[in-house]
Design a protein around this ligand. Structure first.
Ligand code: DLL
Length: 419
C-alpha cells in the first residue's frame, strides 16, 4: 500500500487548495482546522466533513470553485431532480488531466490508437460525451462524436466507418443491439470489438446479454461529474472490478459516516487529488460498492479497485419495510430465459399496503407461445425475483418493444406513492 505518509501529503495538498474556498474555510474552521498542516494522519483526514450534493446546491453556480471563474475553461453540470443543476468547473490543466485519465483507462480496457470509437454518450453539460471524446483523442483513436440518439444513423455509421469501439450507456447498447437485429445488419458486417459502458447501474446478466448480442467485450466505466466525469474508475480487460485512477482517493463509509474496511459494502466517497478548478473533499457519491487495495494480476494496475456499483442509495425502494434495488430485479429477470432485459418497476400503495409490480417484456418467440406457457413463464420470473428480494411481487408480462427504450440513462422505476 502507498505509504500513509505519502498519501497524507497528497490529501494535505487538496485540503490546502479547498481552504481557498470561503465555504470550506468556514466549515473546516468550525472544526479548528485553519491550515493544511493540521492534517497529519489519515485519522485526522477522516475527521474532515463530508461534502454532499446539497453543498453544491447551496453554492450554485460557482461558489465552490477554487480558482477565479476567469481561470476556468469549461463547465459541466448534472441535472438535479429538483430545480437547479450542480455545476462543476475545469481549468485548462484539469481538462488535460481528465483526457489523460480517460486515455489511460481506455488503454487498460484494450482500446488503442488504431480504434474507431463511436461516442454515443450525450454531448453537452453531461460529462459522458466530451469526457470520452477527449480521452479518445488523447489516446490517438479516431473519434466519431455522434452523441446519443438517432439510432438508425448510429447503425449506418457503425457499419460504414468500421466502428470498433462503442461508448454509451448499457441500456442504449442493448437498444442498439436490438435495432441492429431488426435492421438486418449482421454482426459480420461490423467490426465492433469493445463496448465502454457506464453512467448507470447494470448487472453481470446484462453484460452477458450485451456481449453475446453484439459479439464484443463489454467494459464497465464509472464516474460522476462532481468528481470529474467518466474515467474515475474503469475495468481492465480482465473484467475483475473497476480500477480507480490514482488521482482520486476513495473511502467506503457506513450509514454513520465511519470508514469501513476493505471488502465491506457501503457508500463510496471520493476526494480529488491534483484537481484545480473544482477540488472536492470527501464527496458522498451515494453509490454503493466495496473497495480493495492491491495489484491486478491481469493488467498490473496497483492501487484501489472497486466492485461494480450495484445501486445508488437513492434508487433504493422501501417496499413493506424491505429494501429493494432495481438491479436485484434485473438479476432475477435475467436468470430466466425467454425474456428481454427491458423492465419497469411500478410501486403503488393499495390501501395501506405497498405493492411492487414488475413489467417485463417477453421476447418475440415466447410471445407466440400458448397462454399456459406464458403463465408458466410469468410464475418462473415471479419466483426468481422473489428469491432475490425476499418479498412478494406481481409480474406483468408485456409485449415485445412496449417498454420505452432509453438513449441515455434508463428510467426503471415508477413510484406512484410519491406526489
Ligand atoms: O454518469 C459520468 C459517466 C459518463 C460515467 C459516462 C460513465 C460513463 P453523472 O451524470 O454525474 O456522471 O452521474 C453519476 O451515475 O454517481 C452513479 O450513480 C452512476 N454511474 C456512473 N457510472 C456508473 C457505472 C456520469 N459504471 C452517477 N455503474 C454515479 C453504475 C454508474 N453506476
Amino acid at each position: 500500500m502507498l505509504q500513509e505518509e505519502e498519501m497524507v501529503k497528497e490529501l494535505r495538498e487538496t485540503v490546502a487548495r479547498i481552504l481557498r474556498v470561503p465555504y470550506y474555510q468556514k466549515r473546516l474552521g468550525e472544526l479548528g482546522i485553519t491550515q493544511a498542516e493540521d492534517i497529519q494522519s489519515l485519522k485526522d483526514f477522516q475527521r474532515l466533513p463530508l461534502t454532499s450534493k446539497e453543498d453544491l446546491r447551496l453554492n450554485y453556480p460557482f461558489g465552490l470553485m477554487a480558482e477565479p471563474v476567469d481561470n476556468l475553461v469549461r463547465v459541466h453540470a448534472s441535472s438535479g431532480t429538483t430545480g437547479k443543476p450542480t455545476v462543476v468547473g475545469y481549468t485548462r490543466k484539469d481538462v488535460q488531466l481528465w483526457a489523460e485519465i480517460v486515455a489511460n483507462g481506455l488503454r487498460l480496457a484494450g482500446v488503442t490508437s488504431k480504434d474507431v470509437v463511436q461516442v454515443a454518450y450525450g454531448y453537452g453539460l453531461f460529462t459522458g460525451g466530451m469526457g470520452l471524446h477527449y480521452g479518445c483523442e488523447e489516446l490517438g483513436a479516431l473519434v466519431v462524436p455522434i452523441s446519443g440518439g438517432n439510432t438508425q444513423r448510429q447503425l449506418m455509421l457503425m457499419k460504414d466507418f468500421g466502428t470498433t469501439v462503442l461508448a454509451c450507456t448499457p441500456s442504449y447498447a442493448l437498444y442498439l443491439a436490438e435495432s441492429l437485429e431488426e435492421t438486418g445488419i449482421s454482426r459480420d458486417e461490423l467490426r465492433l470489438r469493445i463496448g465502454i459502458f457506464g453512467a448507470e447501474p447494470w448487472t453481470e446478466g446484462m453484460r452477458e446479454e450485451i456481449e453475446s448480442r453484439l459479439g464484443i467485450k463489454a467494459i464497465d466505466i464509472y464516474g460522476l461529474s462532481e468528481i470529474m466525469g467518466p474515467g474515475v474508475a474503469i475495468e481492465c480487460e480482465g473484467q475483475h472490478g473497476l480500477h480507480i485512477d490514482p488521482h482520486f482517493y476513495p473511502e467506503v463509509l457506513d450509514e454513520n459516516g465511519s470508514p469501513l474496511p476493505e471488502g465491506k459494502k457501503g457508500e463510496l466517497v471520493f476526494t480529488t487529488l491534483e484537481k484545480e478548478g473544482f477540488p472536492v473533499l470527501r464527496y458522498r457519491t451515494k453509490d454503493l460498492t466495496t473497495l480493495r487495495y492491491g495489484k491486478c494480476e491481469h493488467c498490473g494496475h496497483e492501487g484501489w479497485t472497486m466492485d461494480r456499483v450495484s445501486a445508488r442509495v437513492d434508487d433504493m425502494l422501501i417496499i413493506r419495510g424491505v429494501n429493494v434495488f432495481p438491479s436485484q430485479v434485473e438479476e432475477g429477470i435475467l436468470a430466466v430465459g425467454g425474456l428481454e432485459p427491458h423492465y419497469l418497476l411500478v410501486v403503488e400503495r393499495v390501501g395501506t399496503l405497498d405493492q411492487l409490480e414488475v413489467w417485463v417484456e417477453v421476447n418475440t418467440a415466447s410471445f407466440l407461445d400458448e397462454v399456459r406457457e406464458l403463465e408458466n413463464l410469468q410464475e418462473r420470473v415471479k419466483r426468481s425475483i422473489e428469491d432475490i428480494i425476499g418479498i412478494s411481487v406481481r409480474v406483468r408480462l408485456v409485449e415485445p418493444k412496449s417498454i420505452p427504450r432509453s438513449e441515455g440513462k434508463a428510467k426503471r422505476v415508477i413510484d406512484k406513492r410519491k406526489g
